[in-house]
Design a protein around this ligand. Structure first.
Ligand code: NAP
Length: 322
């Protein structure tokens, strides 16, 4: 089988496509044949070993995992003798978490306990490639939205609305009948309106902080603005959430003490519950995959170079040609 293999941290020149043996599942494992995966921003962090704090989990000086990859769609190829939750032939989609699960290979194994917390049966109305565009970014946005449970008629502003997380926020908020203002490059305004945005602000031409509407929520899905900059946009008890790092943990703590406008820090959780929510919306026609580019596994380094520019629209798919 083909796999994208690395030996050190760095982006992405060290990735080599190698021919490896297809792994044999142990008694408690499932063997997954990957049809599509993605090159996403989570994988970029794992590839780079940045922020540094993640190396305490991924290997301090050298990465523990030589094959990375977090998203996957495909088929259960075979199962070990003790596995009860999955059967050979199941069509599945999954997200293997912030440190990855090795899905940048044509085949990989997962222990049953890990698999039951990472993957579900795919929706019937999408292809493998389309389903792969409904995982990592949609999971982060979906996990946050489920925890917030917004109410119909509320107003939200989504900054960076065309990214994987942003385009998912827009669609989930519309599902809850929230009024959505999307901030993105005006070039993509038709796309974002087609996902349901009620109003679009082109951040390249207008200062979005001068918007006269007041919002219940501001989501910075690309970590490029900030709470203090967006504070005037929020209603009295408005909530600000960012896809940024631990600094928001402190802001969440301090703003919760003073009351009024506050920052919340979501710890993404319940992968299969969130994927189930996304699948339900896909089957209802309320969530559409946004695919930017598709690369074959042999060109995965090129795909990462593009994703690392921070300019992808939705998701970049890697096809496995298994
Ligand atoms: N800590 C973690 O584990 C983790 C995991 C996943 C993601 N993240 C973070 O979450 C963020 C978003 O991830 P993502 O996958 O959704 O990103 P993405 O898909 O790479 O986002 C790219 C989008 O951002 C927009 N954009 C770029 N610069 C912008 C700016 N200055 N203002 C407004 N929009 C801008 C671009 O659209 P336009 O062409 O319209 O500008 C593009 O559509 C990243 O910062 C990533 O590091 C963190």
């Amino acid at each position: 089988m083909k796999a994208a293999v690395r030996s050190k941290y760095g982006l992405p020149g060290d990735l080599r496509i190698k021919e490896l043996e297809i792994p044999t599942p142990k008694d408690n494992e499932v063997l997954i044949k990957v049809h599509a995966t993605t090159a996403n921003r989570t994988d970029c962090h794992v590839l780079l070993g940045k922020p540094f704090i993640m190396r305490f989990f991924t290997g301090l000086f050298r990465p523990r995992l030589s094959i990375i990859g977090s998203d996957f769609t495909g088929q259960v190829e075979s199962v070990g003798s003790m596995v009860q939750s999955f059967n050979a032939g199941d069509k599945i989609m999954g997200f293997g978490g912030v440190f990855g699960c090795g899905s940048h290979a044509q085949y990989f194994t997962l222990p049953e306990t890990t698999a039951t917390n990472a993957m579900i049966i795919m929706p019937g109305n999408l292809t493998y490639d389309q389903s792969a565009a409904c995982l990592e970014g949609a999971f982060y946005a979906g996990s946050g939205i489920i925890q917030l449970a917004p109410k119909a008629g509320q107003k939200a502003l989504v900054y960076g609305a065309t990214g994987a997380i942003g385009s998912s926020y827009v669609q989930f908020l519309k599902y809850y009948n929230v009024y959505v203002t999307a901030v993105c490059d005006g070039e993509h305004s038709e796309l974002i309106k087609s996902l349901g945005a009620d109003k679009v602000i082109d951040y390249k031409r207008e200062d979005f902080t001068k918007d006269t509407e007041k919002y219940d929520y501001v989501f910075d899905s690309v970590n490029k603005t900030g709470f203090f900059k967006c504070k005037p946009l929020l209603k009295k008890k408005g909530i600000y959430a960012s896809s940024g790092g631990f600094e928001y943990l402190f802001l969440a703590f301090f703003t919760s003490i003073f009351g009024g406008k506050k920052v919340i820090f979501h710890v993404p959780k319940d992968v299969t519950g969130t994927l189930g929510f996304i699948k339900d919306l896909i089957e209802k026609g309320s969530f559409k995959p946004v695919i930017d580019r598709m690369y074959p596994i042999d060109k995965i380094a090129e795909a990462f170079t593009y994703v690392a520019t921070g300019q992808k629209i939705g998701t970049v798919i890697i096809t496995m040609n298994a």
